[in-house]
Design a protein around this ligand. Sequence first.
Ligand code: C5P
Length: 412
Amino acid sequence: MGNPCTMAGKLTNRRILVGISGGIAAYKSAELVRRLIDLGADVRVAMTKAAQEFITPLTLQALSGKPVSTDLLNTEAEAAMGHIELARWADLIVIAPASADIISRLAKGAGDDILTTLCLARRCPLAIAPAMNQAMWHNSSTQDNLATLQKHNIHQFGPDKGGQACGDIGFGRMSEPNELAQEVCQLFKTRTLEGKKVVITAGPTREAIDPVRYISNYSSGKMGYALAQAAAEAGARTILISGPTNLATPEHVECISVVSADEMLEACMNQVYESHTPCDIFIASAAVADYRPVDIAQQKIKKTDQDTMMLKMIKNPDIVASIANRTDSPLMIGFAAETQNVLENAQSKLLKKQLDLVVANDVSKTNIGFNSDDNAVTIITKDAVTEVPEKSKVQIAADIIDYVATYLTKKY
Ligand code: C5P
């Protein structure tokens, strides 16, 4: 059973949709929702009609702090967050308890209520925690349905063996909420970068004009921080070199705070080439200011009678290109935030900056990218173009890290 202390923060920023189907074990779902929230997850709940006979949506709403989805055809709920949007929102759907009935409907690919429809429309992994009478569990129809779900890569947590509400003893008890929370943590944990060192730049840089003013951009740093979280979860020693952001450093990530592009370059050079542990992967996700003022005024610049003022700017060093420009460079990953000709511009960046991989995103779309929690990207190498559709930045980051880990094993 998972030790709650060592699991603390394990689900930070993870979006988990807890699906509840009809069964006496539904009372344990309330505890599961609490555990997941305690571990840092953002939790939403969807319930079948039968589930509402066992536990009220109000209880789950109070625990999750979010409206509970109970109805596919409710216009009010659809206006707040439609079912397709909710399916896209999730990084994981976990159905606990999963009754014999919902298992059968999932196996058929049904979309006849809110929960099955969310499962059909999802882009994330799905896990079920079966709970039913032992005879129903052993029934060959149930076992056939479970085999179908396994074929579709649907994860199964439990069930446990023991006393049942009906008095029978056997398989079919839903696993305890703490065990389920532990399984959820395990699902997010991959150790594909064990023993590797990853250096990631993130956030904006600030270029001083005088002691009280600077030039910067709207980068939130969310993508870089999500990449750092994913790299650390994949087992890498992860160094995040971050410009000013409001974000908390993810667990097991070493953060070096910098302000300007020059400081960021120096910290990167130190971590990649001067440190005694060699760097395996360099990811440049920072939105580095292209130019900085030539001179930083020592005193606050005073307003004058002139209507215009000139600020002479000089080009900043290109950090990712400076790191790539050596024969002993690590695997190099850059970002291309573009508003037009995304693919062409990203491909030219791949060559110009001598990168192994470019992650391109279209920042002209206002709902994703800069400052948003979601993103959709294209991963470009010299041989392949891979689309990663719109998801949370945390999930996109996990996908990018997976891709990078596979690429690394193929390259070396
Ligand atoms: O700004 P640009 O589109 O050229 O950025 C592409 C990539 O180069 C990004 O990965 C960014 O982090 C990196 N970059 C950098 N140093 C700069 C400018 C960009 O590392 N001065």
